[in-house]
Design a protein around this ligand. Structure first.
Ligand SMILES: [Zn+2]
Length: 308
């Protein structure tokens, strides 16, 4: 199950940041090109964008991850090793990925997704574990001295020692309190405009800043985003247009983002051959060239890139 704390997250494909031992034997987060797919997606819709933005750095996510994991353990009476959690994605694509490590699963996600109130219960349980009054969010005076930041009764465990420096129960209280009063929305419908944008960003060639610029231009101007990236539209033609738009009942539109290397003679000939083959099969082909302003080229095809 993927928990997005931001409504604009890509939730279908993210780069998984795999933990590897770093210097001093500590685990550190390293980027690794592993795509993560999840069947259950959940967005916590909190009050106001500012509430969400406050949780936009790693320490916050780490605290939230361990608070929710501990609450899952207690609420559903499962062992620590049966639930795993990872911080995945980068920058604005950061999400928490929870998964059941027990073989065969333990059915927790199905219950959480089926009954949104379960999520609020989970947040209340986390507040209680972190020595707060779940109904008011207020600190319990008895615990203020006994547990100034975190203790082995709340956030600390032997398995999360590398992250102990981040763990402070007071810093996660506001989030949990907001979550205990939030609406939870499984994202089972088609992706939103924002989600589609972030999904496409995750699919493009990271080496091509031109592809990114093109997508950003469409997004910032509210223009229709491609349906696919790196998609093979035709059997028998071994080409993946950079972007692809579907059209009702007929072959779609293939968008090629041509960097400077496409001006070289041999490459230009190969491009021509393959694109003519696509046209022969009824596809429309549009090449966006690096030598001209993206705005000018997009404006020539507004029937495709029409505003949303
Ligand atoms: Zn404590």
């Amino acid at each position: 199950m993927l928990i997005g704390l931001d409504r604009a997250k890509s939730v279908e494909q993210l780069t998984y940041q795999k933990r590897k031992p770093g210097r001093c034997g500590r685990e550190e987060m390293h980027g690794a090109d592993i795509a993560v797919f999840t069947a259950h997606r959940t967005h916590a819709v909190l009050d106001g964008e500012r509430d969400i933005r406050r949780f936009a750095w790693r320490g916050d996510y780490v605290r939230i991850a361990y608070a929710l994991r501990r609450a899952l353990q207690i609420e559903y009476q499962i062992e620590e090793r049966e639930i795993e959690v990872e911080l995945i994605g980068r920058e604005e694509n950061e999400n928490l990925l929870f998964w059941e490590a027990a073989e065969g699963g333990i059915g927790v996600w199905e219950r959480l997704i089926a009954e949104p109130r379960e999520f609020r219960k989970l947040a209340l349980r986390a507040l209680e574990i972190l020595h707060f009054d779940p109904s008011s969010g207020q600190a319990l005076p008895d615990w203020e001295e006994r547990c100034t930041a975190a203790c082995y009764d709340c956030l600390l465990s032997y398995s999360n020692q590398p992250d102990h420096r981040y763990l402070d129960r007071h810093k996660v209280r506001d989030f949990l309190f907001a979550l205990s009063r939030s609406d939870i929305a499984p994202t089972t419908d088609g992706p939103s405009y924002n989600e589609q944008y972030h999904r496409l960003l995750g699919l493009i060639d990271p080496a091509s800043s031109f592809e990114r610029s093109f997508l950003e231009y469409l997004y910032k101007n509210g223009l229709r985003l491609p349906d696919h990236a790196q998609h093979t539209p035709a059997d028998g033609i071994t080409v993946q247009p950079d972007f692809y738009y579907e059209r009702d009942g007929i072959p779609g539109v293939c968008i090629f983002i041509d960097g400077p290397q496409h001006d070289e003679t041999a490459q230009a000939e190969r491009d021509h051959t393959v694109r003519e083959s696509l046209k022969d099969q009824g596809f429309r082909v549009v090449a966006i060239k690096s030598g001209r302003a993206i705005a000018d080229q997009v404006s020539e095809h507004l029937d495709i890139f029409r505003p949303q």
